[in-house]
Design a protein around this ligand. Sequence first.
Ligand SMILES: NC(=O)c1ccc[n+]([C@@H]2O[C@H](COP(=O)([O-])OP(=O)(O)OC[C@H]3O[C@@H](n4cnc5c(N)ncnc54)[C@H](O)[C@@H]3O)[C@@H](O)[C@H]2O)c1
Length: 260
Amino acid sequence: MSTPVVHAALNFTLTGRTALVTGAARGIGHAIATALGQAGARVGVCDLDAEAAEAAAARLREAGIEAVGVGADVADEVQVQAMVNQVEALLGGVDILVNNAGIVSTGPLLEVTTAEWNRVMAIDLNSVFFCAKAVLPGMIARQSGRIINIASVAGKRGGGLLGNSCYAAAKGAVIALTKGLAREAGPYAITVNAVSPALTDTEMTSALAPQARAEVLAQMPLGRAGTPRDIAAAVCFLASREAGFVTGEIMDVDGGFMRD
Ligand SMILES: NC(=O)c1ccc[n+]([C@@H]2O[C@H](COP(=O)([O-])OP(=O)(O)OC[C@H]3O[C@@H](n4cnc5c(N)ncnc54)[C@H](O)[C@@H]3O)[C@@H](O)[C@H]2O)c1
């Protein structure tokens, strides 16, 4: 095959695509929803609190993005299916699913109650299963799709200052689910990847004690915490048509944290 003189320009626009982002009322999810919308996608903004989801969607619309806000507890399969149905009725079939909603758990495992364990698993792990199951039939029918899960370095390292073993177990399972689903969905030209952040400045991490924060930053070659924008940039790449040969990848966006 001869090399063309000039290669066709890469195309990172998402015009005509429908994206659904969970936990998108604030933090990393809101940055992802904004970035996908700015790249041209219609955006379904899902969050636990319907009013917060709608307020976030209204902010996107003010910025010229076609967006709808939908309330749903992603830990509840029935609510997830209803939320996906609503988004698909208003914006069309979901082409890009970003499983971002999550909660953190901290402290020694011996102090984690069974109720807390189940809550973390339900929100951080079961939600990925429920949301993927709800969008996959449409993606399979269209023979295209992108699923991007927000994992965590805790899922690779077994927790630590950024979440305990319970949180790590949930995020570790999200990583395994990402790889497994990538195998299953590949034949339909659907890619499934994860982005794995380290310390990122959001409400979730605002309670981190200054000393713990300094300890984490000392392990990051880039010496700073991530921003929601840093995570959104990686998601936008994985959501793009140019990432069509990337699947089952767990992309660290962590200032080099995992490189020590
Ligand atoms: N901030 C970090 O340092 C960091 C690091 C690694 C991974 N993460 C992951 O990134 C994702 C986003 O985290 P963040 O820092 O933006 O957190 P955040 O707490 O600021 O935002 C999380 C959002 O998810 C929503 N949410 C929580 N439970 C929900 C439920 N049951 N149903 C629907 N929505 C729900 C919340 O209402 C909130 O809007 C999470 O999965 C988190 O585990 C964050």
